[in-house]
Write a protein that binds this ligand. Structure first.
Ligand code: FES
Ligand SMILES: [Fe+2]
Length: 403
């Protein structure tokens, strides 16, 4: 990162740390309508205009280690095969056979030269071409070239796999443009997925996502775990175009709660900005990560109906596989699960308050501004005229975007 940009950023973090009054010139944030967190019609709008039209992070290239590796992505009623072809390209296919629609792949991951349909055994290559049809003479005019697996747009960013169901959407690089440069000096390409953890929770996807977008709760919820390691008052938010952002928080003593006292074998020349600070990147619409040289969790928050969701965690660590590394990751996972459990227990209680009408308006502070910002973006994506008037979020923060 440009030293000048870095200097400005550190100055902002210091000034945030010192701040003791509401920032002059920053608007008072109106309350969010709680119905956005349970209304079935609003949920449908989110599915149609956000989840089916935005780039979504669905995995990491290291989960498809060799040609022929495949993996199923199954969230919000979608079933998608992620496949590494014999040309090393990662593609995404709808998991639906072109004959009569049976799911082709039922194993969650594996390696195969061919995908063979379990119904009538049509066979497809890792690149999606229809290769074999039993008793082909019984089909009057079947041209195999006309029936490849249906492809969904797929691209990668620093190894993270993104898909988009919308043929008309712009390129991934444009979508992530505001985040470009934020992690160029983090040697992320040397990382692999070490562990994964999916947790189903009885709440709206945003009820869970919101929790990871502010640091206000850390001193209470994580008093004995994260709080001693983070200078939470220094939490500095930069809103970016497109519903993204960057959060920078100074660490206390350069330590991480997650390392469990172990050395994580990060590269020696690791830039100090990541050792002394936590750089967190919320990525619209539903991903979040807080970069840490000891390893970090890339989270995605998937809707499963208006009041159910799945939190997917991909734990990223260094390419290495030995006893020390496994011991490190056992400790890391124990700590990650401790912290996640501290958060997760609260979500269904929040959901109940919204859904029962106990709480009709969600109150947000300056330090919770990103929650407001990505909700603004959701309405922009849906088209504000399509959002029921009582559920709309007034656009306010565009003037406070930094990148
Ligand atoms: S549905 Fe797949 S071969 Fe018939
Ligand atoms: Fe938390």
């Amino acid at each position: 990162m440009d030293p000048k940009v870095l200097e400005t950023m550190y100055a902002e973090v210091e000034s945030e740390f010192q701040r003791s009054t509401y920032p002059a010139g920053f608007p008072a944030l109106p309350d969010l309508p709680a119905a956005r967190y349970f209304d079935p019609e609003f949920h449908r709008l989110e599915m149609d205009h956000v989840f089916r039209k935005t780039w979504l992070c669905v995995g990491h290239a290291s989960q498809l280690p060799q040609q022929g590796s495949y993996r199923l992505f199954e969230q919000f009623d979608q079933s998608i095969i992620l496949s590494r072809g014999s040309d090393d390209t990662i593609r995404a296919f709808r998991n639906a056979c072109r004959h009569r629609g049976s799911a082709l792949v039922t194993e969650t991951e594996g390696v195969a030269k061919r995908f063979i349909c379990p119904y009538h055994a049509w066979g497809y290559s890792s690149e999606g071409e229809l290769k074999s049809v039993p008793e082909v003479h019984n089909f009057a005019c079947l041209n195999k070239a006309d029936k490849p697996l249906l492809q969904v747009r797929c691209d990668t960013w620093h190894g993270f796999i993104f898909i988009n169901f919308d043929e008309q959407a712009g390129p991934l690089a444009d979508f992530l443009g505001p985040l470009t440069g934020q992690i160029d000096d983090f040697p992320i390409d040397q990382m692999v997925v070490k562990r994964t953890l999916d947790v189903e929770i009885d709440c709206n996807w945003k009820t869970a996502y919101d929790n990871f977008l502010e640091i206000y709760h850390v001193n209470t919820v994580h008093a004995k775990t994260l709080s001693p390691y983070l200078e939470s008052k220094s939490f500095t938010i930069s809103l970016f175009e497109g519903g993204h952002a960057r959060f920078v928080t100074r660490k206390r003593g350069g330590q991480s709660f997650f390392s469990a006292g172990h050395d994580a074998a990060a590269p020696d020349d690791f830039t100090t900005r990541f050792k002394d600070h936590v750089f967190a990147l919320p990525c619209f619409p539903n991903s979040f990560t807080a970069l840490d040289p000891v390893g970090f969790n890339w989270q995605s928050f998937w809707p499963k109906g208006p009041d159910k969701m799945v939190m997917s965690n991909m734990f990223m660590g260094w390419k290495r596989d030995d006893d020390d590394d496994r011991a490190f990751w056992d400790g890391m996972m124990a700590n990650q699960k401790t912290v996640l459990a501290e958060d997760i227990g609260l979500f269904p209680t929040i959901q109940r308050s919204y859904q029962q009408g106990d709480i009709r308006d969600v109150v947000l502070s300056f330090q919770e501004q990103f929650i407001y910002w990505y909700n603004e973006e959701i309405d922009r994506r849906i088209g504000v005229d399509n959002v029921p008037p009582a559920l709309r979020v007034q656009p306010l923060l565009a003037a406070h975007v930094k990148g």
